[in-house]
Design a protein around this ligand. Structure first.
Ligand code: AVI
Length: 316
């Protein structure tokens, strides 16, 4: 581990500032990936079922909205592919309708990518699948080297884990790569009341708490820290006015933690927090603001039956 290691650098910077924070980007080690899979199966985490309903019931209409004929070859690129349970419906319909396409799942986690590739190839032996490993901010350039028409999928409300400024930059970057009429399918969790949102980030069985605390376990393992997980608790917040679910790790008492790779102690007051995650909830207006000057336009919107979640088709 060197000073150039981004994890070491970000942990040092995040724990040195006031208030302390570490990016949710670092949740996803192997244990974090598994805990997120469990989160998606919890009754409180409505996001997965809502988007699954959209994909399972409206995939034909979604495909029509791509405005691609089944005679031209195209590339379906999925950013942050996860486990592929939702995308599976889209792939099945595309194959049934004889569309000619290559599926390109992109994920930072090698482990997730091999799980999804195996799963899709078992389900659809005729599917052309070409996985790419890497941070999707960074692999975008490589992905656009072919001149085949493209549809980009960015689902699961992963955009919501980025602050609005970064989310806008990200959408602008995708737009800059797309050609006229190409599409981005963007899945976003919609703004709604606290009694629905907060339990999704504070489940009764404690899985979200374990997911958040796993970040400290990762720092212990990878950076030689001595965080005692018993000294911290998961503390989520949400107000409908702001529309952003926020997760914190709150210190239960005044104490210090040593990080060997940094040769440094970090002090915690009783009730002091480390901010670890934001999950923004959207309206059409919030999305329109992010899209300003991006050359992307909302051309369709698919909703679940409870109006909890939206899959937007954005067209250049
Ligand atoms: C991956 N992302 C969209 C999830 C979310 O809802 O923000 C991550 C998550 N964090 C806690 N629960 C789920």
């Amino acid at each position: 581990m060197t000073e150039n290691d981004p994890f070491l650098r970000d942990v040092k910077a995040g724990l040195s500032q006031n208030p302390k924070c570490i990016s949710s980007h670092y949740f996803y080690d192997k244990a974090g990936d598994e805990l997120f899979q469990q989160i998606m199966e919890m009754p409180e985490y409505y996001l997965t079922n809502a988007e699954l309903e959209i994909f399972s019931q409206q995939s034909e209409a979604i495909i029509q909205s791509f405005e691609i004929s089944n005679t031209e070859e195209f590339e379906l690129i999925e950013l942050g592919a996860g486990d592929g349970k939702k995308t599976q419906y889209l792939l099945q319909t595309l194959l049934e309708k004889n569309f000619k396409f290559k599926y390109i799942p992109v994920d930072i986690s090698k482990n997730s990518l091999s799980v999804i590739t195996e799963r899709m190839q078992n389900l659809f032996p005729n599917l052309k699948c070409d996985p790419k490993q890497g941070d999707y901010f960074q692999v975008l350039d490589q992905l656009f080297s072919s001149d085949k028409p493209k549809v980009i999928l960015f689902i699961g409300s992963s955009l919501g884990n980025m602050p609005d400024g970064i989310a806008a930059q990200f959408l602008h970057k995708i737009a800059a790569h797309l050609k006229k009429n190409e599409k981005l399918l963007l899945g976003l969790d919609l703004l709604k009341s606290k009694d629905i949102v907060l339990p999704a980030y504070n489940d009764a069985s404690g899985i979200t708490s374990a997911f958040n605390l796993n970040l400290l376990r990762r720092i212990n393992r990878e950076l030689g820290a001595d965080f005692d997980l018993e000294n911290f608790e998961h503390a989520p917040e949400y107000t409908e006015k702001e529309g952003i679910a926020k997760s914190y790790l709150r210190s239960k008492k005044k104490h210090s933690v040593f990080i060997k790779e940094l040769e440094e102690y970090f002090d915690f007051e009783e009730n002091e927090t480390i901010h670890t995650e934001i999950s923004r909830k959207y309206t059409d207006e919030i999305l329109q603001n992010l899209l300003k000057d991006s050359q992307l336009e909302i051309t369709r919107k698919f909703l679940d039956s409870k109006n909890f979640f939206a899959d937007y088709i954005l067209t250049k």
